[in-house]
Structure formats: C-alpha cells, structure tokens
Design a protein around this ligand. Structure first.
Ligand code: PSU
Ligand code: MN
Length: 297
C-alpha cells in the first residue's frame, strides 16, 4: 500500500483529506472525459481547502493519492479490473491493475484513516433482484465502514426503495443534505423520504456522536444534483427502461451490468446524462471537502 506524500502529510498535519474512487474513471465515464473529470475533481477539492486521495491499484500496488500519470494510466489501460472489496487481494497478489468501486475504496480509505469519501452514485439493489440476486457489495461494505460518503443517491437503474430499505437493515445512516428525499442520481427525487441535515456542522456532529457510541457503519450523505443540471425523473425512466431492455437482449450480467447501463444511458441521452453526471460528482466533491474541514475544526 502506497500513500502519496501529499496525502501522508495531510493526514499527519490533520488536514481534510477526501477519498475518490477509480471505478468512475476506468469504468464509469467514457474517455477522454474520465481523465478530465478525475483531474478537475482533485483541483476542486484543493480549491476548497482539501487534499484529494484518488484510490486505485496499479500492477498490484494499492495507491492512496494517485498522481496525474497514474490517473491517466488507470483511465486508459486496456484491462483494468473492477474491484469490490473481495477482489482487492486477487488484484494485489496477481500484480494486476484495478479500479476501486465504492466498497473497495471505502475499505482502503478507512485503513488509511480517511474520514470522508466523495462519489457519484453508490451501487444498490437491482430491479430484477428476485431473479438475479444482484445486490451491490457497496451496501454491505458501507455497513461496516467508519466513513462519511457523499453521493447523489443511487441511479434508478436500481430499485431505490429496496436499496434504501436494505441500507436501513444494514445500519447505514442515510441523511439528505438539505433535502428530504433520496435522490436518484440524475434527478432530485425518487419518492423515498429520508431525514434531512442542513449544515456541514450537523453532519460532523452526527459523525462524532456515532464514533463516541461505537456504532459502526457509514453515514451516507445524499446530496442531490444541482437543480439546473437535473434531468426529469420521467425522462430518465424512459432511457433507463431502454437500457435495461438492451442489457437483457445482450445477456449482460454480474459486474458488467452497471457499466453497460451507464454507457447506454450516455448514448440514449446524447450526452446530457454525461454532463449531469459530471456536474453532480463535482458538487459532491465540494460538499465532501467542506464536511471534511468541519470534522477537523
Ligand atoms: N453508479 C454510478 N456510477 C458508477 C458506479 C455506480 O452511477 O461509476 C460504480 C461505483 O464504483 C459503484 C459500482 O461502487 O459502480 C457498483 O457496481 P456494482 O453494481 O457492480 O456493485
Ligand atoms: Mn452487482
């Protein structure tokens, strides 16, 4: 495991470090936007007074705080594994390249004593769960990690009510950042009500109370996409159903489902979904940095 000098120094000095995942770079966003966004996210965190720590694995080495070359490498290398926590040892032991999902990133971030993690959307319970049993490892992992994760909820390629129920079963605290509905990634609504928090300070107090009480499990801060970038729920529903249909026709299964659906939605929306995706991740990185600062103050 290698921690970059910047991140090491930041942690040592008690500065706000924010973890970022690499699956969004390698499998979530298309090239060349993936490189541009990864670099811009880091810059945005720095501009807000934080230290970015992009996490991923290159040739078997776990890196916390990838540099620009490493980000470019993971964005373009031909066979980058998509890693949930269980595959970390496989990737490390075989000396392979791997991009970390929410589950693997939160595991590694916690090991490095990073408290806050920003992403786009988390994995969840898939709509066809009854026949496929497909529930993302993200949910179980978050139930065991001591971290704050800022995400725009989950995509409605998933079954959002079941995802939120499962998070409750697993003991993951879900709070809406200045909202009381679990956001569905591209749109601000989903119909699922959640408690709301109004300030960074409130999130920080909850995090500290949870620690003092030794209650394990992440705090999922659900931060809706900015209004001006939102795609109406009904429009999304149409594209999602088309993408789901295509996935079925092509026999896509397992860990290929999420990346397949994402890329189809980008195509069907003629780029709108991509620009919304980028806007919301950036907004999450900013909010995560401000929360990380508050925790340390
Ligand atoms: N949702 C998105 N974009 C993403 C992902 C999810 O909108 O890039 C990625 C994240 O890394 C998440 C992973 O942790 O997909 C979940 O994959 P799966 O459904 O295979 O567990
Ligand atoms: Mn899955």
């Amino acid at each position: 495991m290698r921690i970059s000098e910047e991140v090491k120094e930041g942690l040592y000095q008690g500065n706000p470090v924010v973890a970022l995942e690499s699956t969004i770079i390698a499998q979530g966003l298309p090239y060349p936007e993936n490189i541009r966004v990864a670099i811009e996210l880091e810059q945005l965190i720095r501009d807000n007074g934080g230290i970015p720590a992009t996490i991923g694995i290159i040739k078997g080495e776990i890196i916390i705080g990838m540099n620009k070359n490493e980000i470019e490498y993971i964005a373009t290398a031909p066979s980058v594994m998509k890693l949930s926590t269980r595959e970390i040892p496989l990737c490390v032991a075989s000396g392979l390249d791997g991009a970390t999902t929410v589950s693997a990133t939160s595991y590694i971030a916690e090991k490095a004593h990073i408290n806050v993690f920003a992403t786009g959307g988390i994995g969840g319970v898939h709509r066809d769960v009854i026949s496929t049993f497909d529930i993302s490892r993200d949910l179980e992992e978050l139930s065991e990690r001591d971290i704050i994760i800022v995400s725009s909820g989950a995509k409605s390629i998933l079954d959002i009510p079941k995802t939120v129920e499962f998070l409750e079963t697993k003991g993951v605290l879900v709070v809406g950042f200045q909202c009381n509905e679990f956001p569905s990634f591209y749109s601000r609504k989903s119909g699922v009500r959640i408690p709301s928090v109004n300030s960074y300070e409130e999130v920080s107090r909850i995090f500290k109370a949870k620690k003092e009480l030794s209650i394990k499990g992440a705090i999922l801060v659900a931060n809706p996409v900015p209004e001006e970038e939102e795609i109406p729920y009904e429009t999304m529903e149409k594209w999602i159903n088309e993408a789901l249909e295509l996935a079925k026709e092509n026999g896509v299964s397992g860990k290929n489902v999420t990346p397949f659906l994402l890329s189809k939605i980008f195509e069907l929306s003629e780029g709108k979904a991509l620009s919304t995706n980028i806007a919301l991740v950036k907004n999450n990185a900013r909010i995560a940095t401000l929360i990380a600062k508050e925790i340390l103050s």
